[in-house]
Design a protein around this ligand. Structure first.
Ligand code: MN
Length: 247
């Protein structure tokens, strides 16, 4: 019990000696910190595992966060052992010029560093239904760019539905200051300036890997996408937009 299920699931995690003092983990509580060996640590969910129901079921959140995300994080840390000179870089620095990384670790960092970064954003891009609101600034930009919130969502849904295989749909701010809808394959991220088809700073992102929805939605990705809008964290999107604009 307690932290055991995630630890057994990955088989890679070492829990700290302070475990006894850590809060107990159970259904209905927020995620306790999962600590692993290495430079990068998985971020805890900013809400309870069941907080996004019915859009996203509790079991999917457990598997997605405690297993898939923790595995990306572990694999990123393992890759960095091959290139200790990179350990001083933060994740944005590692990913932004992925092609310049040394050969033996480039692919592992692209896949697992991308997974680490994208999911770290994704957890924050969701919130319990009806608890957040888009800023006036973001709403105005979406209206100006896409003709309104409904037509923005329609375009985003189309992009998310058309990702072939595994990947992500995004709304980004381009270096030119434009909002754009785009997608990336696998765990590529729009911040990978030298590999992303349309590079930019993420404002909103949706994971359309099957692991994100298959337990509940089976093969019907469109229903997952539709229901996801109920749990979008518009506060995070507004904050990311404001930050991207001033950066
Ligand atoms: Mn995922």
């Amino acid at each position: 019990m307690l932290l055991g299920s995630a630890a057994l699931a990955t088989g890679l995690m070492n829990f700290p000696r302070s475990l006894a003092a850590a809060p107990a983990r159970s259904e209905g509580t927020k995620d306790a910190m999962i600590q692993i060996d290495g430079v990068f640590q998985p971020a805890p969910l900013p809400y309870a595992y069941e907080a996004l129901q019915p859009s996203i079921d509790t079991e999917t959140m457990h598997l997605h966060h405690d297993k898939h995300y923790v595995t990306y994080t572990n694999n990123l840390n393992t890759a960095l052992q091959q290139a200790p000179e990179l350990k001083t870089k933060n994740i944005e620095q590692l990913l932004s010029s992925i092609k310049s990384l040394p050969d033996p670790v480039r692919k592992a960092i692209r896949n697992n560093g991308g997974g680490y970064y994208n999911h770290g954003l994704f957890w924050r891009m969701m919130a319990p239904k009806g608890t957040t609101k888009a800023s006036d600034e973001l709403t105005a930009a979406i209206t100006k760019t896409f003709g309104g919130m409904n037509s923005f969502q329609e375009k985003f849904n189309k992009e998310a539905a058309s990702v072939f295989g595994s990947g992500w749909a995004w709304m980004i701010l381009t270096p030119g200051g434009e909002l754009k809808i785009t997608s990336t394959p696998n765990q590529d991220s729009p911040i990978m300036q030298d590999v992303a088809e349309v590079p930019g700073k993420p404002v909103l992102g949706l994971d359309v890997w099957e692991h994100a929805y298959y337990l509940k939605y089976k093969n019907v990705r469109a229903d997952y996408i539709k229901s996801w809008w109920d749990v979008v964290n518009w506060q995070t999107a507004s904050d990311l937009y404001a930050k991207a604009k001033t950066a």
